[in-house]
Write a protein that binds this ligand. Structure first.
Ligand code: SF4
Length: 299
């Protein structure tokens, strides 16, 4: 076991600091792909009220940039997607601890609002962490020697607009499309549109939901590598934007900036579909830890 634990204690301590910086970066600096998608939305918008809302969103981003403020007051529930390279030499137990400590350090030293409470007592320990939180999803990648951590501070207005349905196989892709469009349109202005719609299809119920969350963490407007799934993304985007719901649900052609679908094989008698919505403040940041121990926070 020790032979795999090649990272020094000093390196884990540096990860704590890097994760703290990662969380703050995610909260303050919108990724370039999201900024570009919002600019395109402004140019595309035909409804006067939609243009006004998008203009306000642009000013919000501008003020956050200039004043070094959070893009939104909701610090979210901290979610991390971790890719561990086969030859990285990391000890996942130590890395998990470092991610938790980094989250707590950012919360204490920035300071950040703590958005995490017990589901039973609603007690907030003011750390943005708690039992089984931060949420950490692990992926193990063959042939790589680095570790990459994508941080998503998931705001509640959009996280509350999350849906899951076990459709019948006979419902087919048509049933999936209907469920996704009805979920997004039924959410109205609650998830702060224009949104990124994350869709999970296939797998088991639990995997399907994780896939929907993974989908919203992709760069805005990126396509699934499978052409048939990418086609479904395009069809869903068109159908959602044809609804006229628009920015903040007040009318317009920009209800969604993108639809991302992640898929997995499933059971012969199952057809699971999950929808996880990401608001316009599609915050995420990436920490890359190279094999030599150097660390870069970016997107
Ligand atoms: S849904 Fe997003 S933009 Fe709306 S309040 Fe929550 S974090 Fe902010």
């Amino acid at each position: 076991m020790n032979s795999h634990n090649t990272w020094s204690n000093d390196r884990y301590q540096k990860v704590v600091e890097a994760v703290a910086a990662l969380y703050v970066k995610a909260l303050k600096d919108l990724p370039p792909d999201v900024r570009t998608a919002l600019s395109h939305a402004v140019r595309r918008e035909t409804a006067a009220v939609g243009r006004t809302v998008l203009g306000t969103i642009e000013r919000n981003i501008d003020v956050a940039d200039k004043e070094d403020l959070l893009i939104c007051q909701d610090t979210g529930i901290p979610v991390y997607f971790v890719e561990v390279g086969e030859y990285s030499g990391v000890n996942p137990v130590h890395l998990e601890q470092a991610i938790r400590e980094g989250t707590e350090q950012a919360t204490a030293t920035h300071p950040l609002r703590s958005s995490v409470v017990s589901p039973v007592t609603r007690k907030n320990n003011q750390t943005n962490s708690g039992y089984r939180v931060p949420v950490i999803h692990w992926e193990f990648v063959s042939g790589r020697d680095d570790v990459q951590i994508v941080m998503v501070p998931k705001g509640s207005g959009s996280e509350n607009m999350t849906y899951f349905r076990m459709l019948l196989p006979a419902d087919g892709v048509q049933g999936i499309k209907r469920f996704v469009v009805e979920s997004v349109v039924g959410s109205g202005g609650n998830p702060c549109p224009p949104v990124i719609v994350g869709v999970g299809i296939g797998g088991s119920a639990d995997l399907c939901m994780v896939l929907a969350k993974k989908a919203i963490s992709r760069p805005c407007g990126s396509s699934n590598a499978d052409p048939e799934v990418a086609g479904l993304e395009g069809e869903l985007l068109q159908a959602i934007n044809a609804s006229g719901l628009g920015p903040m649900g007040l009318g317009g052609v920009n209800t969604a900036l993108a639809v991302h679908v992640e898929h997995a094989a499933t059971h012969i008698s199952q057809n699971p579909v999950a929808v996880n919505i990401q608001c316009w403040a599609a915050r995420r940041a990436r920490l890359v830890i190279a094999s030599d121990g150097s660390m870069v926070v970016g997107f």
